[in-house]
Write a protein that binds this ligand. Structure first.
Ligand code: NAG
Ligand code: NAG
Length: 406
């Protein structure tokens, strides 16, 4: 922690402390999820089947990096740039909030899936070390565990372990514009451990003297023209990136960035009313790769019904005419008794022609109860939520904080 003594006025004395933290610029691969949703609607309507289903779920897709075949245009990922090796080789890593594993594509990969990615060449690095261990990630890449110097956010971490991916079951990261993955979740049973190395990148950083606090934050960037761009900080909160309080919520299960939702809150003048979510609808994963606020089926239906947004079948997005949306009430997602508000202009997004408005409250997907139990969440707080609310992820207190982004 760097502290400086400030003498303000004649008598008042203050100590200003700036946490030691790393700052990494976020680059979005694959465009803007919300804007693209409309581009694909506009360009598809009239041409084929989707003319009848202007809000086709398939057109935007539900980003799932590894499981299902998806169209390149339907996938969004925030990446940061890091370097590995000596001399350093540069890689764009997608943020992975659901695992602690970090890997890069290996130059020894001969699959087509590895094309399009920059590849890590172990023999071109003087500091590479391999001890013969391998890894297999449940949701796709397999490879070998390597050790090398990591350069991240201006600091150097010697002997960092990571995965070198040699094969992918479906797609490699090159299809989505990146070269590997930066795991930001953790495993509480084995603190700091990851499948692609003994220590995750973040736990190595936490153990170093270069960061103060066991926390990372996500700022997805200002929506104002020429406003600040997105940033990942590791080691502390950036107080310039939010105003008002930061409210913390305990996570549902240690190691996963999942919080429990109470419901949706509606403010009609002085009257406040709620739609409480069912117990099976409440676990929300925080994940900027998803565009919207994706709710469980019944929850999405009831919230949209209240806003007069409909869909003809479950392939469509909830939508309504834009006419008179400004007369609608503010709506909040309520997390452990604290409400995160959206105005009608924020929770409906206008198409270019200004006629049709798409709701930011959408159904998560068509999975069954059992599938949802297995994956551990029922809902997702995606990019629209994280753009409005700056988020902080606290490894030691097992909680996530949200503050109004500036
Ligand atoms: C990796 O680096 C070595 C040493 O510089 C070089 O001989 C080899 O061709 C490189 N491999 C690939 C696949 O680029
Ligand atoms: C909640 O999920 C459990 C287990 O999947 C299921 O048996 C139960 O019927 C669900 N309850 C409701 C109200 O949907």
């Amino acid at each position: 922690m760097k502290c400086s003594l400030l003498i303000t006025g004649l008598v008042s004395l203050a100590i200003a402390c700036q946490a030691k933290m790393l700052r990494l610029k976020l680059e979005q691969q694959g465009g803007n999820p919300v804007v693209d949703a409309f581009d694909s609607l506009v360009s598809h309507s009239g041409s084929d089947d989707s003319a009848q289903t202007p809000f086709s779920r398939e057109q935007l897709g539900y980003p799932s990096r590894h499981h299902i075949p998806i169209n390149k245009n339907e996938y969004y990922s925030q990446t940061v740039t890091v370097e590995l090796g000596n001399p350093p080789q540069s890689f764009r890593l997608g943020l992975d909030l659901s695992s602690g594993n970090s890997y890069v594509v290996s130059s020894e990969c001969i699959q087509i899936a590895c094309m399009g990615s920059r590849m890590y060449n172990a023999s071109a690095s003087r500091t590479n070390h391999r001890d013969g261990r391998t890894f297999t990630l449940p949701d796709s890449p397999q490879g070998i565990i390597s050790m090398d110097t990591l350069y991240i956010g201006g600091i150097e971490v010697p002997h960092q372990e990571f995965g070198e991916a040699l094969s992918f079951r479906f797609f490699g990261p090159g299809l989505f514009g990146f070269d590997g993955s930066l795991g930001l979740a953790y495993d509480d049973n084995r603190p700091g451990s990851s499948v692609t190395g003994r220590f995750s990148f973040v736990s190595s950083l936490m153990a170093s003297r270069d960061v103060d606090q066991p926390v990372f934050t996500l700022y997805l960037g200002s929506t104002r023209p020429n406003g600040p761009t997105g940033e990942l900080t590791i080691g502390g909160l950036d107080h310039r990136r939010f105003s008002g309080p930061m409210i913390f919520h305990n996570i549902v299960k240690r190691g996963q960035w999942v919080v429990s939702l109470d419901g949706a809150t509606f403010q009609n003048g002085d009257r406040v009313s709620r739609i409480l979510f069912d117990r099976n609808e409440t676990r929300a994963m925080v994940n900027p790769d998803y565009p919207f606020i994706h709710l469980a089926n019944q929850a999405a239906y009831h919230v949209n019904e209240r806003l007069a947004a409909t869909r003809k079948n479950n392939r469509e997005y909830y939508h309504r005419p834009c006419e008179r949306i400004e007369e609608l009430e503010p709506v909040a997602i309520t997390i452990q008794r604290y409400s995160y508000w959206f105005t009608p202009q924020e929770y409906f997004i206008k198409s270019r022609d200004g006629v049709t408005c798409i709701s930011i409250f959408q159904q998560i997907d068509g999975t069954t109860d059992d599938e949802r139990v297995a994956r551990g969440y029922d809902a997702v707080l995606g990019a629209v939520f994280l753009q409005k609310y700056y988020s902080a992820y606290d490894y030691s207190s097992h909680r996530i904080g949200f503050g109004l982004a500036t």
